[in-house]
Structure formats: C-alpha cells, structure tokens
Design a protein around this ligand. Structure first.
Ligand code: DHB
Ligand code: FE
Length: 326
C-alpha cells in the first residue's frame, strides 16, 4: 500500500501499543512527509517535508507534552494578536533567535567581499518615504534630546565606478527610541525617513540624527522570550539603509556607531565589522556644517551586481545539495 494509507490501515492491524510506537518513530514522520497530494508544487513538497522532519524531531528530542505544545501555540497566537500595520511581532521574535540574520546571510551570500555587507531589514521599514534633494533633512520634527548629524558619500560598484541614479532609502528612530510608526513617536508619519537619489558622480548627502541605542519593543511575546533567554532587549545605535540601482543587488543594511556599548552585543545579532562607523564631531573647519549639525559621517557604499549574487547563491546551493548526497 502507498505510505499515505498506512495511518488509517494500522488502526485495524496494530495493537494500541504498537500504534504509539509507530507514531513515535521516524516511520510516522515519513508517512506525514509523503502524504502531500499530487498538486503540491515541488518547492512545497520539499519545504513541508523538511519542516515536518525538524518539527517532529524537535518534539521527540524534547519529549514535548500537550501542556508544552499548548504553551507554544499560545505564544504563536499572541504574536499574531500583537501585530498590526504598526507592529510586526513576528519579525521581532524571529530576530531574537537569529533567524532573520541567518536568512539575510543566505539571501546575500556572494563570493565578492568588496561590496558593502547587508544586515537585517528589521520590523520598521516603510516604503514610499518622501523624496528629498541631496543635502535635505529627514528630520521633520526633532525632540530636545535629538542630536543632528550630516551623512555624505558615494555609491559605487565593487570596482569603484560611481553609480548615478541610485536610490537610497534611510530610516532611523528618534533619541527616545521610537520609529515614526510607533505609538510613542512624537512626530509626523514619515519623520526620520527619506529617499535620496545619487547624482552623476554617485554622490548623496542628507541630514539625520546621530543614532541612539534603544530597546526593541519588549512588552509582548518577544519580550517574554528575551526574559526566558535571560537576554537584554537593546539594539546598538544604528541607521537603516535600502540602496537600489538597476542591475545591482538591492542592499538592505544598517550602520552601527563604533562608540555604542551595544555594537558588540546586539539583541538581534545583526552587526558586521565592515558596517561599524565613526561619527565625527563637526568643527570650525567644516564651514558648511558648523552651527547646523553636531556630527558628520563620510560613508561610501558599494553594490554587488545582481548576477554575482545569483551565481554565488546557485553555487552555495549546489555545494549543499552535494553534501546532502554524500
Ligand atoms: C529589530 C531591528 C531593528 O532595526 C529595530 O530597530 C528594532 C528591532 C529587530 O531585529 O527585531
Ligand atoms: Fe532599527
């Protein structure tokens, strides 16, 4: 008989004890994995089989009870109940267990090492932020503790060729630690977000805030998980970027303040060495900036071609498939 029928058949042919032994064995896992119908796509078959294998192994290895499992179901339900257009609890929980950082690495793997590293998108990206001219400010409303900063640089390819017409989206939280969509943010809808386009030499520039360290929202399941893990909720001071140009792989990343005490202790494991930066104090030599902002940062970004990322991803997958066959 095909395996998908064995669950209903063993009911008549095995003793209860044997049925329980069967359910606890890999044979039961196999029967679930192979029970998908003919219209399931190959990708669905592969992913669901893998998911079922890992979830069954997790239950067996940890001898999960109904009580444990209901705790988990409630945890997942609360993630959904807590989420809306302003709050993405699912991303927060994934980030606390390092999943978004791992998926980001798998997505952006490349043999080239001279393009700017990616980092997680996080839960606070909003598309369609206002487009400002270079030199413009993303600070629509400042609060007293905000400290202004001017950021400028070039977007190039990995050989240093300037990329004109690149689109840069930046977003950050205010010095109270709130992004514009959060209920406690005191400011307009797109405060501290903006879109800029590089000029023909690849140059961009904008005014923003020197970033501030802040705790990820911890009043929901993500916070409960941090507590269980005995972990702090703090993210190092950072600014988010999304940089795109036709033919190049869209770069989603963050820059981190070298002076922030959490830059080497991020609650969501997203820091990489080459995206740590030094904000410099503006002095009288900076004629164009003095009196306007307290800090400045010169920061260049280099983009990998889309084809280099796709090739690296295909090569990594082939290596992995070969390993599985061994
Ligand atoms: C997370 C990431 C962020 O950039 C942020 O500002 C808050 C939370 C996160 O990974 O969960
Ligand atoms: Fe952030």
């Amino acid at each position: 008989l095909p395996t998908q029928y064995c669950i209903s058949v063993f009911h008549f042919s095995l003793s209860t004890h044997k049925q329980i032994k069967f359910i606890m064995s890999q044979a039961f896992t196999e029967s679930v994995k192979t029970s998908l119908g003919p219209n399931a796509t190959p990708r669905a078959k592969k992913l669901i089989a893998s998911l079922v294998q890992h979830v069954h192994d997790f239950a067996r290895e940890n001898h999960l009870t109904t009580e444990d499992w209901l705790w988990g179901v409630d945890f997942i339900n609360r993630i959904g109940q807590m989420s809306d257009s302003r709050r993405n609890e699912g991303i927060l929980v994934c980030d606390i267990i390092g999943l978004e950082t791992l998926v980001d690495a798998l997505t952006n793997e490349s043999e080239q090492s001279n393009h700017t590293s990616s980092a997680i998108l996080g839960p606070f990206y909003l598309p369609d932020s206002p487009v400002y001219p270079n030199g413009g400010s993303i600070v629509q409303k400042a609060i007293p503790t905000d400290v202004k900063c001017f950021v400028r640089g070039k977007v190039t390819d990995t050989e240093g060729k300037p990329l004109g017409g690149a689109q840069l989206e930046v977003w950050q939280c205010n010095s109270a630690g709130f992004y514009s969509q959060q209920a406690d943010h005191d400011g307009p809808e797109f405060n501290l977000r903006g879109t800029f386009i590089t000029d023909d030499e690849g140059n961009y520039s904008f005014e923003c805030l020197r970033p501030t360290l802040y705790p990820i929202p911890y009043d929901g399941p993500a916070g409960d998980l941090l507590k269980i893990m005995d972990r702090h909720p703090n993210r190092p001071s950072h600014i988010h970027w999304r940089v795109s140009h036709p033919g190049y792989h869209t770069l989603i990343t963050q820059i981190y303040d070298a002076e922030c005490p959490y830059t080497n202790n991020d609650s969501v494991y997203a820091v990489k060495d080459d995206i740590i930066v030094h904000f410099e104090k503006v002095d009288n030599k900076d004629k164009d900036l003095v009196g306007k902002v307290e800090y400045k940062l010169d920061y260049d970004i280099s983009l990998a071609t889309e084809s280099s990322i796709q090739e690296a991803r295909a090569a990594a997958k082939a290596r992995q498939d070969a390993e599985i066959k061994l």
